[in-house]
Design a protein. Structure first.
Length: 113
């Protein structure tokens, strides 16, 4: 398997604005932000997309959600944010290393596009 873009960021082979890191995950600013706050919450384990995750990934998936809440508190997002997972190219996924988008800081319409 070729190294994913996010693995290169995790391995510090290419730069990114890292806001948080622990044994399981890393949080970076998106290079092309779609809101005043646009973070990517990325597991260090390479799971290409959410639908590839299995039972053994349960702890990782839960951890990513908890990190989202932690980032909201740390960045004082007023408990107002949206999490998005694009699963598959037709859903807009372009990097095949699972990640949560966390968007905040502007009105977020519903339904999303
Ligand atoms: P996807 O389209 O797979 O759901 O999301 C991939 C995200 O990665 C996009 O929002 C895109 O802007 C972001 N991205 C792509 N390349 C880079 C990069 O080199 N650095 C950072 N920080 N974000 C990137």
């Amino acid at each position: 398997m070729p190294t994913t873009l996010f693995e290169k960021i995790i391995n510090k082979e290419i730069p990114a604005e890292i806001l948080y890191e622990d044994d399981i995950s890393i949080v970076i600013k998106d290079i092309n932000p779609q809101a005043p706050t646009h973070l990517l919450i990325i597991p260090k384990k390479v799971i290409p997309k959410l639908s590839d995750a299995n039972q053994e990934d349960q702890k990782i998936l839960g951890h990513l959600m908890l990190v989202a809440g932690k980032m909201s508190q740390q960045l004082k997002l007023d408990d107002t944010f949206r999490l998005i997972v694009n699963n598959g190219a037709k859903a807009g996924q372009s990097v095949f290393h699972l990640h949560l988008h966390l968007l905040s800081g502007r009105a977020l319409n519903w339904p999303p596009g």
